[in-house]
Design a protein around this ligand. Structure first.
Ligand code: F6P
Length: 360
């Protein structure tokens, strides 16, 4: 039976989103003979009734290597909390999820594929409970979604962060400096851990392990005593000191409005007080989210996009495709919403400690 599937991308973008769209369109068209419609601006576009764009093989041909998402994504939008301006100009949030559901019907969508992180999966899960036919694809550079070993976007992000460390390393060596690199990682330190190990960092500070700056100072001093006058320190944006708080650039009304930032400079200032070396701080920011996906991310995103269409064929509403080992499996969205953290006593952290890397 012929179907019309909608596809949307939610939350912050990640390299590989376009490869998911491409794979879903190609699989739907070639394998099932189905039509795919691209929903613009994530759930906001769906609720607002923005007309979806038809996606055919011709439209997605060049998408494999392109970063970002051709559909656009709303990083804060949720049909369960739509901003409404009251007559007194105050903005209040209303549950408009029934509108999102009726838009799906109006636009003749038999099913919806959503590619997103924990926020997007939480919305999709609630829509499924209301009767919507939705399947998910896990996306986040932070790699912190539960039930999947890896999300696409993560490999590209650690490549970018590692390249930054490699470059910082050479200039640190020339000037005998301590270089601090702040990377993304709101609640989980996967990017910092992987890039830190791959880039030969001396210290890696992650949200899962509250840090004591004195431990980092000692590490730098030890390096200096052994004749190495430069050091690399990687700090995840969500890292916090023992008994301290995460640092924000800006705070809004809800969790979605919180913007982490500043801990790299704080660590830099603290280090400048305790070591006899010049300390410089680099904040990598959105560079980690941009650019072409790595071959691995293209491969994973393609497998996910294609598998999501097969989930639609099996009517596995409320399920998300996931990578477990080297196999793509369906998992319940509610399990994916539970975040995946770096285990402070796990094998990789222990290995890093064995190498002499400190976690503060
Ligand atoms: O969730 C991915 C992420 O890149 C986080 O690491 C980071 O805190 C956040 O997105 C930044 O989001 P925004 O672009 O909305 O500021």
């Amino acid at each position: 039976m012929s179907k019309r599937i909608g596809i949307l991308t939610g939350g912050g973008d990640a390299p590989g989103l376009n490869a998911v769209i491409r794979a879903a369109v190609l699989t739907a068209q070639n394998h099932y003979g189905w039509e795919v419609a691209g929903i613009l601006k994530g759930f906001d576009g769906l609720s607002a009734g923005v007309p979806p764009i038809p996606l055919t093989e011709k439209d997605v041909r060049e998408l494999l290597a392109r970063g970002g998402t051709i559909l656009g994504a709303a990083n804060r939008g949720s049909p369960f909390a739509q901003p409404v301006q009251r007559p007194n100009r105050k903005i209040e949030y209303e549950d408009a999820s029934h509108i999102a559901l009726s838009r799906m019907a109006e636009q003749g969508l038999d099913a919806l594929i959503v590619a997103g992180g924990d926020g997007t999966m939480a919305i999709a899960h609630r829509l499924v409970k209301m009767g919507a036919a939705v399947v998910g694809v896990p996306k986040t550079i932070d790699n912190d979604l539960g039930s999947t070993d890896t999300t696409f976007g993560f490999d590209t992000a650690i490549n970018t962060a590692t390249e930054a460390l490699d470059k910082l390393q050479t200039t640190a060596e020339s000037h005998h400096r301590v270089m601090v690199l702040e990377v993304m990682g709101r609640d989980a330190g996967w990017i910092a851990l992987h890039a830190g190990v791959a880039g030969g960092a001396d210290a890696i500070l992650i949200p899962e392990i509250p840090f004591n700056i004195e431990v980092v100072c000692q590490k730098i001093r030890q390096a200096q005593l052994s004749g190495r006058n430069h050091s690399l320190i990687v700090v995840a944006e969500g890292a916090a000191p023992v008994n301290g708080q995460q640092q924000y650039k800006s705070k809004g009304s809800g969790r979605a409005d919180l913007r982490l930032g500043g801990v790299g400079h704080t660590v830099g200032n603290l280090l400048a007080e305790c070591v006899a070396a010049e300390v410089r701080v680099t904040v990598l920011g959105h560079v980690q989210r941009g650019g072409q996906p790595t071959p691995y991310d293209r491969w994973l995103a393609t497998r996910f996009g294609s598998a999501a269409v097969h989930l639609v064929a099996q009517e596995k509403w409320g399920y998300m495709v996931a990578l477990q080992g080297n196999t793509i499996v369906p998992v319940k969205m509610e399990d994916a919403i539970r975040m995946k953290f770096v285990d402070p006593t796990g094998e990789t952290v222990m290995m890093a400690r064995d190498l002499g890397i400190v976690f503060g």
